[in-house]
Design a protein. Structure first.
Length: 362
């Protein structure tokens, strides 16, 4: 087995602790070639598509990668910003703000972010952390609800990297935080803040990313964790059960996925006489293609075309203070027992400056 090059090791050097935030990923640009590279990596993951490899290889390379990149590029172009992909922008900001938050609370650790697919890759970030002296690393996926296709895939990437490293750091993983009190409180604050400005809807739709229904039958807890998040959030908002609907979006292929599906539900609500709906996406901690294009554009259009009058999309947690505080509490809880060696003064000042600049810009 070929091992990755190791940074120079000096006996007696200070050991560092790091937190690695990991999100799904994004193409480098809203172009067909960039989408082809990104989708080839994403859809080649056996955690994402669980059908026989040989058959899927023919479908992926013979059909999907010939057709889908151009269509997806147009969708990404509709949400792309001057800073780049929204998912990449928000994830980087979360890492910077988390570093500042932890440092202010006496938990001086390195905080970096990575993408499961695309750049910066999990392997490249782990290499960089080792080079910075990190010997203990907490891997914190930005997926509140556990799913094999998301959370477990992040762990796969870390394990694959570790298999090629001679001196493997001590590793810890956060599996889920779907029922974490701080996370639920941050979601509630986001929704309440939106309602203070825009008023309340007739129905609140909580749209989670879908997965094939067979994953539930195979033992994946994702569906149950989405339902629990929704229940806790509804209770925190003091809403009656009939005021909140849980749906699943982003269906791909012909297989039966978790139901009810988001867009058909919105169409049915409009046709039944519901005039205003608000849609929030609790499973996404950063706004991205699935929230800004699929929900805020496509789902809005479907609801209004079916007879609804007002559709409000409620933004993801992004850089919200309550969310960074919740993320910090989750990290601190999982860092317990590790001796924390503070970064050098220059690193501490740089982290504080970055967090202060972002905080001032919000």
């Amino acid at each position: 087995m070929k091992h990755r090059p190791e940074p120079d090791h000096r006996h007696g050097s200070a050991e560092r602790v790091a937190v690695l935030l990991v999100n799904l990923g994004t193409p480098d640009a809203p172009t067909a070639p960039a989408l082809r590279r990104y989708l080839a990596e994403f859809l080649s993951d056996p955690r994402v598509v669980e059908i026989p490899r040989a058959l899927w290889w023919l479908i992926l390379h013979g059909v999907i990668l010939r057709v889908r990149p151009r269509k997806s590029a147009a969708k990404y172009a509709s949400i792309w910003t001057d800073e780049g992909s929204p998912l990449a922008v928000w994830t980087a900001k979360q890492a910077t703000l988390l570093a500042g938050y932890l440092g202010e609370r006496g938990t001086p650790v390195l905080v970096r972010h990575a993408m499961r697919y695309g750049q910066p890759s999990v392997a490249s970030r782990l290499d960089a952390l080792k080079a910075e002296g990190a010997t203990r690393i907490l891997v914190l996926p930005l997926y509140p609800q556990y799913a094999a296709a998301t959370t477990a895939s992040v762990f796969d990437a870390v394990y694959a990297w570790a298999a090629r490293v001679r001196r493997v750091p001590e590793l810890r993983f956060v599996n889920h935080y779907h029922d974490d009190d701080g996370y639920i409180a941050a979601l509630a604050r986001r929704i309440e803040g939106h309602w203070q400005t825009h008023g309340r809807p007739e129905r609140l739709v909580l749209s989670f990313h879908g997965v094939p229904e067979r994953t539930l039958q195979l033992g994946d807890p994702y569906h149950c964790e989405c339902q629990k998040t929704a229940r806790l959030l509804r209770e925190r908002l003091s809403l009656a059960p009939e005021q909140v609907l849980v749906t699943f979006q982003s269906r791909f292929g012909r297989a039966r996925w978790l139901q009810p599906y988001t867009e058909p539900t919105l169409v049915a609500l409009a046709r039944s006489g519901v005039q205003r709906v608000d849609v929030a996406c609790p499973g996404f901690t950063s706004d991205c293609l699935e929230t800004l294009e699929e929900i805020a554009q496509e789902a809005r259009h479907a609801f209004l075309e079916a007879g609804g009058r007002e559709f409000q999309y409620i933004a993801c947690l992004n850089d919200q203070h309550e969310w960074i505080a919740a993320l910090g509490a989750i990290a601190i809880r999982h860092l317990q027992g590790w001796s924390l060696q503070p970064p050098d003064g220059a690193e501490l000042r740089a982290q504080a400056d970055r967090a202060q600049r972002l905080g001032a810009a919000r």
